[in-house]
Design a protein around this ligand. Structure first.
Ligand SMILES: NC(=O)c1ccc[n+]([C@@H]2O[C@H](COP(=O)([O-])OP(=O)(O)OC[C@H]3O[C@@H](n4cnc5c(N)ncnc54)[C@H](O)[C@@H]3O)[C@@H](O)[C@H]2O)c1
Length: 389
């Protein structure tokens, strides 16, 4: 095999962009050979725009196609784990869109299967892991630069979505269609990065608010608090109704502090590395209100630079390029599929805590989560606003 032959399942907003990226040759190790969509309108689009690409209406036919080596799953979230499992069982490599699924029970089954298919590459489209500032943060943390974690706080409220967004209908913003609101739709990238950079907590307590200033049944305002094995803590705040919103991540460790903040036109990482760890400094110091000597590193990425260097397509194609090299040459994946369960565990735990009022210990009770989710799907079907808050 000298190029990976991709088949994309679901060519809606995201899948059709993936198709155009591959068709434009942005990944030199990839070729688009097939697409599939249950929507005739989307297949007609493919007929017009994707010459020499096979078009299917049933994804199982795409998976049977010998000209497909790797399946990309870009359907709405509930279907991700089932289709990825079918792809792996059909002998294909599989790249899932985020989130890995809606509930961890299904994703755990997928991970167990994927583990047995060790010759097949399984990845997830966590494209924000390729953002140079988050990559730099990961490098600093993994290199021990931040020392032991004390606190991780993320305010990510710049996901502004007006009523018109929710009124477009379809699967978005419903329990049955996508399994929630801002946590499952807008935040999977940040939830993944929250655990990629800070690790998985032991406990989580969440306050969910449903339909703040919007006619929706799902949450659009969330605050959760996390506790870690070493005593560190975290806060995650998100919403879709604040304007202007904030996107600020702060991580404090014994060895310093790291902040990544995104404004409309720029994005900046500031790392203050203490010359002596805080505990060690405090033990030796005699002054009452001293400053600990530190050195500052600043890394900036303007939106314009990002648009040129990474572009709106840049982060996603980076994941494709890495995935193709993983298939062809065994390169390490930036976002292994098996890690998709981590961010989803945080969102499942946040829902469960918000619904029950309890602090949740991780791993969560997956049956309880599913039963609570199904209650909300039922009440939504009966036209009732969910009792989740
Ligand atoms: N990585 C990212 O940055 C990013 C950005 C946006 C969306 N997404 C993810 O991509 C997925 C799709 O989102 P979207 O905005 O493209 O939605 P969309 O509704 O625009 O597209 C989904 C497409 O899947 C098709 N589909 C549904 N079930 C199918 C099936 N069984 N077989 C074949 N086709 C099927 C639909 O007809 C539709 O065309 C979501 O899970 C979303 O979270 C990821």
């Amino acid at each position: 095999m000298n190029k990976v032959r991709y088949g994309i399942i679901g060519i809606g907003k995201m899948g059709h962009n993936h198709a155009l990226r591959l068709k434009a040759g942005l990944d030199r190790n990839a070729v688009l050979t097939a697409v599939c969509d249950i929507s005739e309108e989307r297949r007609n689009w493919a007929k017009e725009k994707l010459k020499d690409v096979k078009i299917f209406s049933d994804y199982k036919d795409l998976l049977d196609c010998p000209e497909v080596d790797a399946a990309v799953v870009a359907t709405p979230h509930y279907a991700h784990p089932g289709i990825v499992m079918d792809a792996l069982n059909a002998g294909k490599h599989a790249l899932s869109e985020k989130p890995a699924g809606v509930y961890t029970k299904a994703v755990r089954e997928l991970n167990a299967l994927a583990e047995k298919k060790s010759g097949q590459v399984f990845g997830i489209m966590y494209n924000q892991r390729t953002n140079p500032l988050y990559k730099k943060a990961k490098e600093i943390i993994d290199g021990g630069g931040l020392g032991e974690l004390k606190r991780i706080n993320w305010i990510i409220t710049n996901w502004y979505r007006p009523q018109a967004y929710y009124d477009q209908g379809g699967w978005r913003g419903t329990w049955e269609g996508e399994g929630g609101g801002v946590l499952i739709n807008q935040c999977p990238h940040q939830l993944d990065l929250f655990q990629w950079l800070g690790g998985m907590p032991e406990k989580l307590k969440c306050y969910l608010k449903v339909g703040v200033n919007r006619r929706i049944n799902v949450e659009n305002d969330v605050t959760f608090y996390t506790r870690y094995k070493n005593g560190a803590s975290g806060i995650f705040v998100t919403s879709t109704h604040d304007f202007p919103g904030t996107n600020r991540l702060e991580i404090d460790g014994d060895g310093g502090k790291l902040v990544i903040e995104q404004n409309l036109l720029s994005e900046r990482l500031v790392f203050d590395r203490l010359k002596v760890g805080e505990k060690e400094f405090s033990a030796a110091n005699k002054a009452f209100m001293p400053r600990i000597p530190s050195e500052r590193t600043v890394k900036r990425a303007t939106m314009l630079q990002n648009a040129v260097r990474l572009g709106l397509v840049g982060q996603h194609i980076n994941i494709f390029r890495n995935f193709s090299r993983a298939v062809l040459f065994g390169e390490k994946l930036i976002a292994p599929g098996a890690e998709g369960i981590n961010g989803l565990t945080l969102s499942n735990a946040a829902y469960l805590s918000g619904w029950t009022g309890r602090e949740i210990s991780l791993p969560i009770d997956e049956d309880e989560f599913l039963s609570e989710l199904n209650k909300r799907i039922e009440s939504e079907k009966n036209g009732k606003i969910s009792a989740a808050q």
